[in-house]
Design a protein around this ligand. Structure first.
Ligand code: NAD
Length: 322
């Protein structure tokens, strides 16, 4: 049975990926420091759903020595590094946490993956690295030298560091550029969660740039399916030791349209307060996913209405809202 180490396992994506891989009979070793960037209770409750089926360590990936003990003990064949300081806006006020976890923490995980002969190092990148590119849709081969946030800069650095490890040490690396992932058990700092909470509580929602921005919202089950296929199918004995994929939905949607769908699902009107454009934001994101479809030979595109409905159902049940 393949052993997979997942960092950030109590996070939104980590939890769902772990759940999927448990079903596929992989042995999961999970790491998370359960920090309080957002309500740790949500992280603990995600973990509670899977804890009996994985080996879990509450650990900061900045602690190299303790992390090494885990690599030494379990010798994972695959590592999925999802632990990071996420969120674009927060990087404006707290850049330091991005530099430590996303750079030093990332280094610790990839360095130990090299030392302990991991067969495949998979890591979270982000659509943020497309930065100020105006041409849509974003394609993996585009230049990504003009990121708009410290968060984007750390993700770009992760790709460069991984590339150098694959080149020098032959460590097979795959970077996943996630495009606005959403779904049940989602992150409270992200638009769908915030809007749902505020509309239900009859509070104003805040929308940047008159709602003229668009996002390529990608449903979490599509993400976990792609992740499973990537770790299962990509032939790493071959000569592709480094690969980057866009993990997107290919169907960007304007924020105001997104809000309309949410209003319909909630059967409640939103009250909107418009704010100016923030420099850290990308105006529009849109993914070209041809490489993903061609390589994995699957296409999974959950329609936004279904995804939002599933999220709202989860939210109402979890927070006991009718
Ligand atoms: N959700 C998205 O739309 C999205 C988009 C692009 C990229 N990403 C990336 O995907 C990954 C997962 O994102 P997510 O949405 O699940 O975020 P998340 O914040 O829910 O999950 C990250 C997890 O990592 C843990 N963590 C943070 N710092 C740590 C440290 N130093 N040591 C150990 N654990 C630590 C956190 O406690 C959290 O549980 C991140 O790398 C994020 O940057 C996410």
């Amino acid at each position: 049975m393949k052993k997979i180490l997942i960092t950030g396992v109590a996070g939104f994506i980590g939890y769902h990926v772990a759940k999927k891989l448990i079903k596929k009979n992989f042995k999961i070793i999970g790491i998370d420091n359960l920090n309080n960037y957002y309500d740790p209770k949500l992280k603990k409750e995600r973990l509670h759903q899977i804890q009996k089926k994985i080996i879990f360590y509450k650990l900061n990936i900045l602690n190299y020595n303790l992390l090494e003990r885990i690599f030494k003990k379990h010798k994972p064949s695959i590592v999925i590094n999802l632990a990071a300081q996420a969120g674009v806006r927060y990087s404006l006020t707290n850049p330091k946490s991005y530099i430590s976890t996303n750079l030093t923490g990332f280094f610790n995980v990839i360095e130990l993956s090299k030392i302990y002969n991991v067969k495949h190092f998979i890591f979270a990148s982000s659509s943020s690295i497309y930065g100020l590119n105006k041409k849509l849709p974003f394609k993996e081969t585009m230049k990504t030298d003009n990121v708009a946030s410290i968060y984007g800069a750390t993700k770009k650095s992760n790709e460069l560091i991984a590339h150098s490890y694959s080149h020098i040490h032959n460590l097979p690396c795959t970077g996943l550029r996630y495009f606005t992932v959403y779904g049940p058990w989602g992150r409270p700092d992200m638009a769908l969660f915030k809007f749902t909470k505020q509309i239900i509580n009859q509070q104003k929602i805040t929308v940047f740039n008159k709602g003229l921005m668009s996002r390529d919202f990608t449903y979490i089950d599509d993400i976990t399916e792609y992740t499973y296929k990537i770790l299962n199918k990509i032939p790493y004995k071959s000569n592709i030791p480094f690969q980057i994929f866009n993990l997107g939905n290919k169907k960007p949607i304007k924020i105001l349209k997104f809000i309309k769908i949410l209003e319909n699902v909630l059967k409640k009107k939103a009250r909107i307060k418009y704010l100016n454009f923030q420099k850290t934001e990308i105006k529009n994101t849109s993914s070209n996913t041809n490489l993903l479809y061609k390589t994995l030979k699957i296409k999974k595109v959950t329609p936004i209405k279904i995804g939002i409905t599933n999220f709202v159902k989860w939210y109402k049940k979890y927070y006991k809202k009718i």
